[in-house]
Design a binder for this molecule. Structure first.
Ligand code: FES
Length: 126
């Protein structure tokens, strides 16, 4: 598999997002319970970057409309509920979604080898 070196292992830390690019594609890498996880940095709601999102354990929250995703599986855990991080009443959520249905993040194959983290742009099969 075609893998690209993205960072030394020590730069990928629990509770943080490491942003990088492979062939022009924005990616995010994090460490969850010691394991490296990588996703395409593109929120499925409006295509915005999640790089400034909050990370708690395996969950990243999109800074734009608070959708939440599992960083390792990509699974959507909570769909839009805020605007620029400000929580909005439930009756507004449908309007904020703008017709977009909940969708997962694209996860990427990744591994740690000889103190370095490697990521492939070929999405993992679901
Ligand atoms: S762009 Fe991420 S939730 Fe809207």
């Amino acid at each position: 598999m075609d893998m690209t070196r993205v960072a030394p292992s020590e730069e990928i830390r629990e509770g943080e997002l490491f942003a990088s690019r492979i062939e022009g594609t924005r990616i995010l890498v994090s460490r969850v319970n010691g394991r490296i996880c990588a996703v395409v940095d593109r929120c499925p709601h409006m295509g915005m970057s999640l790089a400034r999102g909050k990370v708690e354990g395996n969950v990243v929250t999109c800074p734009w409309h608070n959708s939440r995703f599992d960083l390792c599986t990509g699974r959507n855990l909570d769909w839009v509920s805020a605007v620029l991080g400000l929580p909005m009443p439930k009756w507004t959520h449908r309007a904020i979604a703008m017709g977009k249905a909940p969708a997962p993040l694209t996860t990427l194959p990744c591994e740690e080898r000889n103190g370095e983290v490697w990521v492939s742009l070929k999405p993992q099969p679901r």
